[in-house]
Design a protein around this ligand. Structure first.
Ligand code: BTN
Length: 263
């Protein structure tokens, strides 16, 4: 059983992310807790970790399985850009989770649209950006990252054993959670700083380069229908450009996409 780890802002080489760090044994959800800190006025870059979450969640309210051994983290963000660019926060979260996994020894970690990181066809990490509005303006965002670090096959529920993986499985060794946490916050700081500086093209280009869908046959599940075809392009704001089996090219917006399955 992992012990509470210590990580201080002075341990980090960051500008914004991790300026304040809180680590807990157990929380309902680090996203919910970070949101509470946001309402109380915590600064941009505040990071919250829990060794386990009782009600970790993902997109569309899906359950995020969060036992001890994983890295369950949320970062409070107070950027000053338009609300629709929340999708870019998801993008920088996916970039950071992918890059952190690579630094921790995962060989071929790739981004799976829009918010997952996969290795050898199995899910390694997921990110979830949530927002709180003051009127029509976003007051703050919370970027949650779940990275399966020291989890083995037996930690996953039976329905996930064939679908999920971890840093431990991929890299063949355990990683101290403090090391994983520092790595994630440092790479996230790089990408978040780029976002704040307006380096949107650089973010989109790298996100596209790290995507594992271009040229692949997929089945895209929307809430009420599914479409199949070959992915021609992906973009964090515009969605997936799909050459449908029926012939024409469809552009499917990010908020319509519930799941992407490889065909
Ligand atoms: C997804 O796959 O849809 C995203 C999963 C995001 C899970 C992380 S774990 C830390 C943070 N707290 C939560 O409740 N969710 C995110």
């Amino acid at each position: 059983m992992s012990a509470l780890f210590r990580l201080r802002p002075s341990d980090l080489r960051t500008r914004i992310v991790g300026c304040r760090i809180e680590v807990y044994e157990s929380l309902t959800s680090t996203n919910e807790f970070a949101s509470r800190l946001g309402r109380e006025g915590a600064p941009d870059g505040t990071a919250v970790f829990a060794l386990e979450q009782a009600s970790g969640h993902g997109r569309f309210g899906r359950v995020w399985h969060s036992p001890r051994g994983g890295l369950w983290c949320s970062v409070l963000m107070r950027p000053t850009f338009a609300a629709q660019e929340m999708l870019l926060i998801t993008a920088v979260g996916a970039l950071a989770a992918r890059e952190a996994a690579a630094h921790l020894g995962v060989g071929d970690a790739r981004i799976r649209f829009p918010n997952d990181v996969y290795a050898r066809g199995r899910k390694l990490a997921g990110v979830l950006a949530e927002s709180r509005f003051a009127g029509s303006e976003p007051e703050f965002f919370v970027l949650g990252t779940g990275l399966n670090v020291n989890l083995c096959a037996e930690h996953f529920p039976p329905e996930l054993t064939a679908l999920a993986t971890s840093v431990q499985i991929e890299a063949g060794r355990e990683t101290p959670l403090a090391v994983a946490a520092r790595t994630l916050l440092e790479v996230l700081d790089e990408w978040y700083t780029a976002l704040r500086d307006g380096a949107i093209e650089e973010i989109v280009e790298e996100w596209r380069n790290q995507s594992d869908l271009i040229g692949r046959r997929v089945r895209i599940e929307e809430e009420s229908r599914a479409v199949e075809g070959i992915v021609e392009d992906v973009h964090p704001l515009d969605g997936i450009q799909l050459r449908l089996d029926a012939g024409p090219v469809a552009r499917i917006a990010p908020d319509r996409i519930a799941a992407v399955r490889l065909g």
